[in-house]
Design a protein around this ligand. Structure first.
Ligand code: GLN
Length: 535
């Protein structure tokens, strides 16, 4: 049987439950346990796939094609192991299952209620992972903040679950904030006392308090929190603000969070976490010997979370090159008029971001023309790849009226077009081409050199593709299709000949970059940017 750790949050949102969960998971994994992390999202959407990135940040896609919360990205980056649909549960999904069962007659004769039907479904989804693989430990992050109406069914399910599996098999870690009042010159515990009280009203006593703080927690403060919140003194953990999220596992190790968890769960201590690869990464990340500046051209730039995995992939790839990567967001709409050269000069590389719809497309195309003509390293992801195909057909091959039919439905030359199996689809949720597909690389290509193998697998999230009717034209041009889906023939990668680094990919490499396995294309792109800078 697996052991369970629930992570709840109090006082405010954005305290970093995802990072604490991932850091704890990492330490337990290093001690030799098989760990997975799950996220409960209390919103009513079935998944975040239909949410605007401004609402909820990036939509993270798993190998099995689930559109999920961006915290799953942290879990994968930290644990270096893939997650799946079962790792993300939303209220929408829980209710949908229960309502479908009701329609099927599974509860015939009974009134369907939050307790027990919704809570039973939540509990079933906690154990689903246990059936999927033999995990020693399952960490479940409960989204939202204690006290939210939407979180109530989850907390009730948690209370029941803990009762059913027993204290030695299930613990609750509560992440909270200890604010510093500069006027009083003091750290304040009252908000935490209140949030624990709130948690107690749902029948849950936290076993561990992890306290986000700007200043060190004194012994006295820990004792006070212990007394008021009924948590052992050694289970009051300090979580100081860190310079980088990647410091957090080491900070938690210092606080012995992993040991406390194992003791409470009656598990052997295993070997002391050495975190060799992790520390090696941190060493490189913190001691760069060089620096490059990359322009990230997108349209959701106001919110870093919208491109979370891209930013993190630059951190991983940067460390590989011992190079600090300064990523500067540039709004694609701003490039639609005005001087592109002025906006992009001084950058060592340009990444054109994924996206949907027409807004800012012309700006992306102008940026691509500039980097193509000026031999500046270029990396296009998904929509970024589609834009580079459009730019090439318009400006190099002189196809007037070449465009993506997403932007110009009646384009004379729809060089990017809706995939045939998308034509009949009207529903928006979960209907894109999603998840992992194989891709075969052309020997000698930049991609092949980066990956060092012929067949790769990458994750997808799109409706449009390179129109195969134009493949013959492409083959005779200098823009080469260097990666092809072996089953469907779909063009996955394009590369421009006679350019230092010009790579467009239909898939999302950023979703597979981890601390221990930085993505080869990001590593290669940064290397090319560095070369460009030094040349
Ligand atoms: N909007 C484009 C498509 O659906 C690209 C999607 C993306 O960048 N993820 O094909």
């Amino acid at each position: 049987m697996s052991k369970y750790i629930f992570v709840t949050g109090g006082v405010t949102s954005s305290l970093g439950k995802g990072i604490i969960s991932a850091s704890l998971g990492k330490l337990l994994q290093e001690r030799g346990f098989k760990v997975t992390i799950q996220k409960f999202d209390p919103y009513i959407n079935i998944d975040p796939g239909t949410l605007n990135p401004y609402e909820h940040g990036e939509c993270f896609v798993t190998d099995d094609g689930a559109e999920t919360d961006l915290d799953l990205g942290h879990y994968e980056r930290f644990l270096n192991s893939p997650t799946s649909q079962a790792n993300n549960v939303t209220t929408g999904r829980v209710y949908q299952t229960v309502i479908n069962k009701e329609r099927a007659g599974d509860y015939l004769g009974k009134t369907v209620q939050v307790i027990p039907h919704i809570t039973d479904e939540i509990k079933r989804r906690v154990t689903l992972l246990e059936h999927q693989d033999e995990y020693d430990i399952i960490i479940t992050e409960v989204g939202g903040t204690v006290g939210d109406i939407e979180s109530l069914p989850y907390l009730e399910a948690l209370r029941q679950f803990k009762q059913e599996v027993g204290k030695k098999n299930c613990i609750v870690l509560h992440l909270t904030l200890i604010p510093y009042l500069s006027a009083a010159g003091e750290l304040k515990t009252k908000p935490t006392q209140h949030s624990v009280k709130e948690l107690l009203t749902t029948g849950i006593q936290p076993d561990i308090l992890v306290c986000r703080t700007e200043r060190k927690l004194t012994k006295e403060l820990r004792a006070k929190l212990s007394r008021f919140c009924n948590v052992e003194t050694n289970s009051v953990i300090e979580a100081m603000d860190a310079k980088t999220i990647y410091d957090v596992p080491l900070l938690m190790l210092k606080e012995k969070l992993d040991e406390i968890v194992l003791r409470k769960l009656n598990l052997r201590k295993g070997k002391e976490p050495e975190l060799i690869a992790w520390k090696d990464f941190l060493g490189r990340h913190k001691n760069p010997t060089n620096e490059v500046r990359i322009a990230l051209v997108g349209k959701y730039n106001e919110l870093q979370d919208a491109y979370k995995s891209i930013y993190e992939s630059f951190v991983h790839g940067g460390a590989m090159n011992e190079c600090k990567v300064t990523v500067v967001p540039i709004h694609s709409q701003k490039l639609e008029s005005g001087d592109v050269e002025e906006a992009l000069k001084g950058f060592d590389g340009v990444l054109i971001a994924p996206g949907f719809g027409e807004r800012g497309i012309e700006g992306k195309i102008r940026a691509i023309q500039y980097v193509r003509e000026n031999n500046i390293p270029f990396f296009g992801i998904c929509l970024g790849m589609q834009c580079c195909v459009v730019e090439y057909f318009q400006n190099v091959l002189n196809y007037k009226g070449a465009h993506s039919s997403e932007v110009q439905p009646d384009a004379k030359h729809p060089v990017i077009d809706l995939m045939p199996d998308q034509i009949e689809i009207t529903q928006k949720g979960g209907t894109m081409r999603l998840g992992a597909y194989d891709c075969k690389l052309e020997k000698g290509s930049i991609a092949y050199k980066a990956y060092g193998k012929i067949t790769i697998s990458e994750r997808h999230r799109h409706r449009y593709e390179f129109n195969p009717k134009y493949l013959e034209v492409l083959e005779k041009s200098t823009l080469k299709a260097t990666g092809i889906n072996p089953k469907t023939g779909l063009v996955e990668i394009v590369e421009l000949e006679d350019h230092p680094f010009y790579v467009g990919v239909q898939f999302h490499p950023e979703l597979k970059s981890t601390v221990e396995l930085p993505h080869p294309l990001f590593t290669a792109f940064i290397k090319a940017a560095l070369k460009h800078k030094l040349s």
